[in-house]
Ligand binder design. Structure first.
Ligand code: NCD
Length: 308
């Protein structure tokens, strides 16, 4: 793998191999044995994705270069391309990029001598979120074949939905969508069902945030929870072993009743922890594939638990 831009790049076998690697990093602490720099170039807000990349990088012993778009030369008009070239020239060994353009990647493709990871591209793709979602489902059900996944919410503006639909379908899951009027995306060839059908039939209820920042006009969300969201009454209709997922940030009381965010069916915080390990696995895969690292470049870290 040269860059990680879309889950579509990976075969099913490669997806399983990344999931396995992530589980390995969850259980063992390994660090690289020489100095490598990584920059997280986020041009859009982020809490979970950026922090989990940073924690994963530090756990692996990678040195994280500081970048905040609001205090960088972006304010002087520097483009994404020149920012990326600058970090490459200064010595970054890998770039993690989030940008509001759906296709930002194409201006960098084949122009850099270091690997790039897509941490969110407009409303088009969010492949590391998809991989952590797959890991969360895999941990729960041991596979994907026949698992019924309902993706519910603002499908039209969601890069998470777009990345997940194709990956889940080809791994054998039965995917359905559910959206309020105006939030559908007709490009996705997936059946739409009502929220009540979704809660009753699914094994995985994947809720999405209303992405206000991508709407052309004001969206009224009064009564959204009752009409389209996960209320306490609907949660009671879910199957016994079904789980609730959400990439977060959560609009409590809009797409989900606030009390359900931490209920026993919720895997929302588990998804966040999984984000660290999945991103470690993806970063290591790229550094290995580029020949920047090989298996001899790792040493097991003596953690407090290991020393005991
Ligand atoms: C998502 C994103 O940024 O696309 N969040 C995330 O990365 N965990 C979803 C969202 O913002 O609603």
């Amino acid at each position: 793998m040269r860059n990680f831009i879309s889950v579509d790049q990976l075969s099913n076998k490669e997806i399983y191999s990344v999931l396995k690697k992530a589980e390995y990093y969850r259980l063992k602490d390994f660090q690289v044995d020489h100095q490598l720099f990584v920059a997280n170039l986020f041009f859009e807000p982020s809490t979970r994705t950026k922090t989990s990349f940073t924690v994963g990088q530090r756990k692996l012993g990678l040195e994280v270069l500081d970048f905040h778009s609001e205090t960088s030369s972006v304010l002087k008009g520097e483009s994404l391309y020149d920012t990326a070239k600058t970090f490459e020239s200064i010595g970054a060994n890998m770039l993690v990029i989030r940008h509001e353009a759906d296709d930002w990647f194409y201006q960098l493709e084949n122009k850099l001598s270091i690997p790039i990871i897509n941490a969110g591209a407009g409303k088009a793709e969010h492949p590391t979120q998809c991989m952590l979602d797959l890991l969360t489902i895999f941990q729960e059900f041991g596979g994907f074949q026949g698992i019924k996944v309902a993706i519910v919410g603002d499908i039209k503006h969601s890069r998470v939905a777009r990345s997940n639909v194709s990956a889940l379908q080809r791994l054998g899951a039965e995917v359905c969508l559910c959206a309020a009027s105006g939030f559908e995306d007709d490009d996705l060839e997936v059946p739409y069902i009502s929220i009540d059908e979704a809660v009753q039939n699914c094994d995985v209820l994947m809720l999405l945030r209303i992405q206000y920042e991508r709407h052309q006009q004001h969206t009224e969300t009064m009564n959204y929870l009752e009409q389209y969201g996960l209320t306490k009454a609907r949660e009671k209709q879910m199957k016994k072993n079904a789980i609730i997922m959400h990439p977060a940030p959560v609009n409590r009381g809009v797409e989900i009743d606030s009390d359900l965010v931490e209920c026993s069916k919720s895997r929302i915080f588990r998804q966040m922890s999984n984000g660290v390990y999945i991103r470690m696995a993806i970063m290591m895969q790229l550094l290995e594939d580029w020949g920047i690292l090989n298996e001899n470049n790792f040493k097991e870290r003596k953690t407090f638990a290991a020393v005991k």
